[in-house]
Design a binder for this molecule. Sequence first.
Ligand SMILES: Nc1nc2c(ncn2[C@@H]2O[C@H](COP(=O)(O)OP(=O)(O)OP(=O)(O)O)[C@@H](O)[C@H]2O)c(=O)[nH]1
Ligand SMILES: [Mg+2]
Ligand SMILES: [Zn+2]
Length: 300
Amino acid sequence: MTENISHAASSGIGQVITRFGADFLIETEAGERLRCTARRKLDHLACSDHVQWERQAQGNAAVTAMLPRRNVLERPDFRGKLRPIAANIDLLIVVASWQPAPVWETLDRYLIAANRLHADVLLVMNKMDLRQTHATAEAEACLAEYVRIGCPILHVAADQQQGIGDILSAIQRRTAIVVGQSGVGKSSIAAQLLPDTDIRVGTISDTGEGRHTTTSATLYRLPAGGALIDSPGVRDFGLTGLDFATLESGFPEFRPFLGGCRFNNCTHNHEPGCAIKAAVNAGQLPPKRFARYLSLLSTV
Ligand SMILES: Nc1nc2c(ncn2[C@@H]2O[C@H](COP(=O)(O)OP(=O)(O)OP(=O)(O)O)[C@@H](O)[C@H]2O)c(=O)[nH]1
Ligand SMILES: [Mg+2]
Ligand SMILES: [Zn+2]
């Protein structure tokens, strides 16, 4: 009966590769690509979701159900409404560069998001070729704090094919997503990892805006196994609905000190006897990250 599992199957299970407006590109278990329309109640489907699909007598096939997902990365759209970007993520590759300069608070927000997703995180500093000319002392000090807290970091230059193999090794056949500001080189990295795939790369204009900017998250299968999701860049990655517990656990360097505050509901802000604050003052915790923690705290 295995012959029946062929391109002619009329329904089955598949995975969302990307989205075009209201339609989705699905890869079936047989490896066929199908353009599908989704029922309205499935508007929250995202790249990398597993779904049930069904051919229709007329027109596009239809996505009829979403299978359970392990996690989903969401971001607010231009109206501030939370939108799912991609699901079932094992590794969040947070890409930053020296031009455009890193926005450290965005990085912190992605670290919090990774923790919330139970995904691993890899910080990739791209455009290594611009480090000497563009890195400020302040930026180097901020970066050093991530080294200090044990965040895995790779320095690469996608345009010069430097360090790309290290990214591939870090993915280890898992599902990884590249995220970060527009123009940092996410698509350039994806293009280097997938030399046989046509991935459009932006050209930086005077405004720093990419002209071939990525508009929709897309999943690519890596030749050695695993998958890479290229995602559109964001100027500001807000974590809407951030609650205190999520924020606190998104700062893993706090963990060794957490039991030591005088109040067990300490927010590590103004409270007396705060072990986190004491550790910052004693040089045991990185101060710039702590300052950004306080500014994020004011948003919860
Ligand atoms: N100097 C230098 N430029 C690079 C490097 N990697 C990528 N770029 C350039 O950075 C620009 C933006 O690259 P993209 O890969 O489109 O950036 P992106 O992060 O995908 O941007 P969005 O899709 O808008 O989010 C392009 O002009 C690339 O050629 C690098 O290692 N060094
Ligand atoms: Mg892109
Ligand atoms: Zn405290």
